[in-house]
Design a protein around this ligand. Sequence first.
Ligand code: ZN
Length: 515
Amino acid sequence: MKLLNLILKKLTDEIKLTYFALILSALNFILFHYPFYDFVFNNLDCKSLNGITIISSLVVTMLIANAFVFYLIVYLMRTVGRILLVVFFTINSIAVYFINTYHIIVDEGMIGNVFNTNYAETSSFFSLKILLYLFFMGIIPSIYIIKAKIKKVAVKRFLITSSAALLFIIIMIFANAGNWLWIDKYSGQLGGLAMPWSYSVNIPRFYIQKHKQNRKEILLPDAKIKDRQKAVVVLVIGESARKQNFSLYGYHKNTNPLLSKTENVFHFDATSCATYTTAGVKCILEHTSSNELYEILPNYLYRNKVEVVWRTSNWGEPPIHIEHYQSHDYLKQLCEGEECDYDEILLNGLKDQILASSQNKILLILHTSTSHGPTYSKKYPPHFETFKPVCNSVELSKCTQEELINAYDNTIVYTDYILHRIIESLKELNEYQSTMIFVSDHGESLGEKNLYMHGMPMSIAPKEQYEIPFIVWVSDGSRKLKAFDHLSQGHVFHSVLNFLSIESPVYNEELNIFE
Ligand SMILES: [Zn+2]
């Protein structure tokens, strides 16, 4: 009791700003940097002298550098500075919850995922554990930040302290020159785990990037429709579907009971260009892999008189400028029945939509969300629960690997059914040459190497996150497929142009899968 009183008294006493900054820096270190040092320990030889030097320098530099920044913030901005620190601790607590639970790294791509996530997805992450993180690591330190009584600092004192801290940091950086290579090699991961700098740096970076992408797309040269043959392409963009869980690709569980029995279905090995949705979808739709925003497939074909329909239960696509952009909410109004709560909603009235068109060439793009985690078991109707038991928790590491994979595999069974239904609809359109192309935006980790979901930087991503299915069906007597060992998402654009007999200066025969 006495001890507690003493601590309380100490905490409510007036305190020097230097100490206040050091206490917060220590708290920031203890509460939020377990994942950071876990990564460091896993990627360093901790028993070597060099390893010990790096780790101790990182700890000391981090403590002093953060204390220095906190000191500056509070000295220069006073109340606003304290509010900023409260914001840091609050966001840190949530970020560390996600890092610990999903083994993610808060880099620019992950920030993109967060800002492109709509409420439905966010609420599926909600759990009691996140509230505990928020309370103990965010709110309690925040109370101290607001309540602490800080002594006034004279300008001279401020200048001396700041210069000393800055000098110390510079000396540490140069003393560690021999370790720059190691730090540079892992800078993405280290930066993504250092709080609060991961999101403070990557949120502005994300917006700068987004701003760049929002500039006007670069128009492609005009295209010409070569013939009057009626033709339709249904391009299905998969979400987090990974190749290895499709029995078409040799998976030991039968996740493709329908497609495996359908004629004219072909599958290719393929890799995605990235491990997150916005980048993967962009790669599927562009004519060349580029950081620039060129006119994407639907916009290009729509401008050149092809009937284009975009139906989506997902998000994160580049800006689409077409007449028939059909969002989930729009489709929901027209749909009745249990299946409207799942991705089958994208198929509602599909055939009629094609038949209603006055154009000879039609491109239908279905952007699905079927295998999006973490709640795989909520992505398919109950009667598709083929493999049991399934994981129902949003904290993936709480489920057994088997439960998690069962739930995921059921989403693949449901995907199999959806693709099968599309093919059945297309088969009824006798007047049309038709094809269905299914490509995933990226893969998914299901606990391998203790990783979950997706979004790892491509340079260190495991193959589960980028080995994707690329499945093609062609109608009888329409086209044959070339032999390919391996495809990329870049093959979609040119294959669609070829199938619809569209002549374009940007067309690349090497990236066309049709004979
Ligand atoms: Zn995705």
